[in-house]
Design a protein around this ligand. Structure first.
Ligand code: SAM
Length: 256
């Protein structure tokens, strides 16, 4: 029987090309690789896990599904579990953006030959976008989805062909002029996403309403704080909320 996976994992699976070999780093129960093989999407997979419990759960899942010849469950940290030129696609999903960036940075030599990265940071997605831009990866797509009241961002990147040719490092402009008239600074391009800003969806708008509500709560906490730096922090968050509101309002006005 085909394994049941969440909408989030289904959207990640939709980014995997047919007949590729894929490494799922931080695979936990190996649900994604199991699904990819059962659906005939990937030809073979590596499920990498650093923690013993999830590693054992992954091995159990693969054994139960009788996919031991197609999915290799490996115990190890980040990209240590794969060889250079071994896989076409690497997925890293369901962890913080900073951890994803540290896994990619520590395993840079293993990215050789990789044709696609599918990354799903639970938080700090801007760090992942910055890392991709700084390390020769072109963000080729992104998506915001909502599932069970939580928002997830899926980032897809391919090696940036411009890097070798022109040694151009940063692919994204310092500013982005939205059709609705607002000029978005790089900081917000990285935070909200260049594609999401150009093609905002209802899930994107709901995510940013949710993020702004969270920031408003931080502002009211800071208002009651006696810490010396509370005033300054509050000021910068209030400004951030204003900037985000301006972008969202402008995008909403331009919606058909
Ligand atoms: N990728 C699955 C998903 O998206 O549903 C599981 C996500 S789970 C919340 C994160 C998993 O990453 C955990 O099982 C954890 O043990 C694993 N992990 C954390 N750091 C890791 C690392 N450096 N290398 C490999 N796995 C790691």
């Amino acid at each position: 029987m085909t394994v049941l996976i969440s909408k989030r994992l289904q959207r990640i699976a939709a980014q995997i090309p047919y007949e590729c070999s894929v490494a799922d780093i931080g695979s936990d129960h190996a649900l994604l690789p199991t699904y990819l093989i059962q659906k005939g999407i990937a030809s073979n997979a590596v499920a990498g896990e650093v923690n013993k419990g999830p590693f054992e759960a992954a091995a159990r899942q693969v054994k139960q599904s009788k996919l031991e010849t197609r999915i290799d469950v490996r115990h190890g940290d980040g990209l240590d579990v794969i060889q250079k030129d071994e896989v076409d696609v690497i997925c890293i999903a369901g962890m913080g953006g900073s951890l994803i960036v540290s896994i990619l940075s520590a395993g840079m030599d293993k990215l050789h030959g990789v044709k696609k990265l599918v990354l799903q940071p639970n938080v700090a997605e801007e760090r992942v976008r910055e890392w991709l831009d700084d390390h020769g990866w072109f963000l080729s797509g992104e998506e915001v989805i909502e599932e069970d009241g939580k928002f997830y961002v899926i980032l897809v990147a391919i090696p940036n062909p411009l890097v070798e040719e022109h040694m151009q490092k940063e692919l994204y402009p310092a500013t982005l002029h939205l059709p609705c008239g607002v000029l978005v600074q790089r900081q917000y391009i990285m935070l909200m996403g260049p594609y999401c800003l150009q093609y905002p969806t209802s899930d994107f708008f709901r995510k940013w309403e949710w993020e702004m509500a969270k920031l408003h709560r931080v502002v009211s906490q800071l208002s009651q704080s006696e810490r010396e730096d509370a005033g300054k922090k509050k000021e910068s968050i209030v400004q951030k909320i204003k900037d985000l509101e301006e972008v969202c309002l402008c995008l909403q006005k331009a919606q058909p």
